[in-house]
Design a protein around this ligand. Structure first.
Ligand SMILES: [Zn+2]
Ligand SMILES: [Zn+2]
Length: 66
């Protein structure tokens, strides 16, 4: 059983109870450090808009879906 999960932007691994930002549409998950710098097709300069899908918003979560 692993309690380590990886950020999908910077690839760093953090413990499960780190606060994550997760997209409510596509479940793109990043660490808090990446909130201002994740980039993708739909967001170039970070922020709460998901960079990986058209309509998703990043939400603070401490629950990790397995
Ligand atoms: Zn990160
Ligand atoms: Zn998304």
């Amino acid at each position: 059983m692993s309690y380590i999960v990886g950020c999908q932007n910077c690839k760093k691994e953090y413990t499960r109870n780190w606060s994550w930002m997760m997209c409510d549409q596509c479940y793109f998950r990043i660490c808090r450090n990446c909130l201002n710098k994740h980039t993708g097709k739909y967001a170039l300069n970070g922020g709460f808009k998901c960079s990986q899908c058209e309509t998703g918003r990043l939400q603070v979560t401490e629950l990790i879906l397995t």
